[in-house]
Design a protein around this ligand. Structure first.
Ligand code: FES
Length: 151
């Protein structure tokens, strides 16, 4: 849509009127972020509703980050790190695996569908895998609808 002097301001466009999920993705610097970067360099597109937060290791992803993302309006959260055995900090992704497993149970206790939190392993050479993950998660969240906390 091109804005002209005749374009009424404040009127939502068709795109603005559609609900678009907000998905926060915590990606480890060494594998998953590089994989997402490779997808970008390779011009593989992924859903724009996914916003990336780079962390040095998926193990750096404090559980409060996920809670904060949901409390600030995220409809879904992706956590992604190096494949098991490939973590640059030895065991960071094994900690992440345990944390996400517990977090899924925790958020379920708060009435949040555990499908809204996803853990995936993406290496630096798996740009297509990253794009597929982002697109699948966006489709999943669209099917679940907006997250309504406290309802
Ligand atoms: Fe990638 Fe630890 S550095 S998961």
């Amino acid at each position: 849509m091109t804005l002209t002097t005749e374009t009424p301001l404040g009127e939502p466009s068709v795109v603005d009127a559609e609900w678009r999920p907000r998905i926060v993705a915590f990606l480890c610097n060494w594998c998953s972020y590089t994989g997402a970067d490779l997808a970008g360099i390779s011009r593989i597109q992924w859903d724009p509703s996914v916003s990336i937060v780079r962390v040095m290791c998926s193990g750096r992803m404090d559980p409060t980050f996920v809670a904060k993302a949901f409390s600030m309006g995220a409809d879904g959260v992706i956590v992604s790190g190096c494949h098991p055995g490939d973590c640059h900090y030895q065991e960071g992704n094994y900690k992440t695996l345990r944390r996400v497993h517990l977090l899924k149970r925790l958020i379920q206790g708060f009435g949040i569908d555990p499908e809204r939190l996803r853990l995936v392993w993406v290496s630096a050479s798996e740009g297509d895998q990253w794009a597929a993950t982002a697109n699948e998660m966006a489709a999943e969240i669209r099917s679940l609808g907006p997250l309504r906390m406290g309802s």
